[in-house]
Design a protein around this ligand. Structure first.
Ligand code: AMP
Ligand code: ZN
Length: 461
């Protein structure tokens, strides 16, 4: 079945075309200067779902994700300080140590969420040579110029600049950046290579002086290195549409003389308290903070699956709670089918399979794909055929359903007694005691999950 994805550039659902038998897929990865929150994890979940859809529908894949460990300013529009330098000063560590630490933390969360590793994971600092060569090509082809601060892309040379974000280069959005460098020719021009100030830690030799790459060039250089001049699919968060991806398109064109990416897709944000969940606003949850509250990575994955990637998703604890309950129900139904002896007609199984694949292929319609799972589980007599069907669907869902086993453990009396004691403390608003008792329960290998009306649930870890 053909996979069709909404292309943000042409505003049409477009069939994904493989190159040399493989779908080539690039996704803009994390900037590793701080812990990644569950909003970031939604982005990587979408990346993974895209990857799984390609594989589920029978294509081969070659997938690349960059790690930004240099050049990303505190504003996406090249202003402010480099995020890695800020973190390096904050923690009194070398930028390499910062990058290694936060990438490991991010990767651990990605693995917990069953996000498959791309074929290539590439830190920007590992391809400085390729970046310099790319910038040189842009200059040689007449799309760049050198100022006292660095090398800039001349957006007036690329007439389609602004098409993706629906902007034209003279629009106000870019206006403020002119203050950064008076030698810039056009407000929208962006930096490809920055000449390093004396106190800048990350620095490499280049034909234009000692410095470091701008943020946007890394993705063009890494995409080119691993995927070549034709990329089937390229994605990232919606905020990348107007600046970062616009600049990638311009860079790619300057080097190759043609558009490199067939389909640009963008995921909408995870929202919290009426705005985007973001580090700068400080209102964030990480996966581990949710795990401490008794939720699992798979609860969060089911929560993510329940919304379409191109729509904003609102995060609330109530919504996560219902995802948790849904996952428990799903597991119970699955186990009912596991040892079921009824036979299901092949044609019925095919109907479910076709419907599921149709929804996957239609711009990753995860909520409708889930509805097929529920339909099959709820409306069939207990049957191993249904169990096997849903395990097959899980190649796309990634909920680790093949690991679901009968719960054999009952909660010991001792744990229930502590939980009851904690309930009394909470009734008395004695939260200090309640926290101590929670820690005690955790140390004994159980998680306590608070429910409305001071009820609770105990789960073996
Ligand atoms: P960063 O580490 O800030 O470069 O972000 C890594 C990825 O997370 C990017 O693709 C961002 O677009 C994405 N992202 C950041 N905040 C959110 C959010 N609240 N919801 C969904 N994706 C986000
Ligand atoms: Zn990128």
């Amino acid at each position: 079945m053909e996979l069709k994805i909404y292309n943000s550039l042409t505003k049409q659902k477009t069939a994904v075309s493989p190159y040399n038998g493989e779908v080539s897929f690039y996704f803009c990865g994390p900037t590793v200067y701080w812990f990644q929150h569950i909003g970031n994890m939604r982005a990587f979940f979408v990346m993974d779902t895209m990857r799984r859809s390609v594989k589920y529908l029978g294509y081969k894949i070659n997938h690349v994700m960059n790690i930004t460990d240099v050049g990303h300013m505190t504003s996406d529009a090249d202003e402010g300080e480099d995020k890695m330098e800020v973190a390096s000063k904050r923690e009194q560590k070398r930028p390499e140590e910062i990058a290694a630490f936060y990438w490991n933390a991010c990767h651990k969360d990605m693995q917990a969420l069953n996000i498959e590793d791309p074929e290539h994971i590439c830190p920007a600092t590992s391809v400085i040579k390729e970046i310099i060569a790319f910038v040189q090509d842009i200059l040689d082809n007449g799309y760049g110029y050198i100022t006292k601060n660095g090398v800039y892309y001349d957006t007036s040379k690329y007439p389609s600049y602004g098409k993706l974000g629906g902007m034209n280069q003279n629009k106000k959005l870019f206006g403020s950046r002119i203050e950064v460098d008076q030698e810039k020719r056009n407000p929208a021009d962006f930096v490809l290579w920055v000449k390093a100030k004396d106190n800048h830690i990350q620095r490499w030799d280049s034909p234009w002086g000692v410095g470091y790459p701008g943020w946007h060039i890394e993705c063009s250089a890494i995409g080119n290195k691993y995927l070549g001049e034709h990329i089937s699919l390229h994605g990232g968060g919606i905020e990348h549409k107007t600046v970062h991806h616009e600049n990638e398109i311009a860079q790619n064109y300057a080097k190759t003389g043609h558009e490199v990416v067939d389909i640009w897709f963008h995921l909408e944000h995870l929202m919290f308290n009426g705005g985007k969940m973001s580090k700068s606003k400080g209102e964030i949850y990480t996966l581990s903070s949710l795990e401490e509250k008794g939720y699992s990575a798979m609860d969060l994955r089911l929560f993510f699956l329940s919304a379409h990637y191109a729509k904003p998703q609102n995060f609330t604890m109530e919504a996560l709670n219902s995802a948790k309950e849904s996952l428990n129900n799903l597991k119970k139904l699955l186990l009912k089918h596991k040892n079921g002896t009824n036979l299901i007609e092949k044609q019925k199984i095919m109907e479910y399979k076709n419907k599921f694949a149709e929804y996957v292929a239609d711009d990753l319609n995860t909520p409708l794909a889930l509805s097929v799972v529920w339909d099959a589980l709820k409306n069939s007599p207990a049957s191993a055929d249904i169990y096997n069907l849903v395990i097959d669907f899980d190649r796309f869902l990634g909920l680790r359903l093949n690991e679901v086993k009968e719960e054999t453990t009952n909660i010991p009396e001792e744990i229930i007694a502590i939980a009851e004691e904690r309930k009394i403390a909470r009734n008395n608003k004695d939260y200090a005691t309640s926290d101590v008792l929670r820690d005690k329960i955790t140390s004994l290998g159980y998680t306590i999950l608070d429910k409305p009306k001071n009820e609770y649930e105990l789960i073996k870890k």
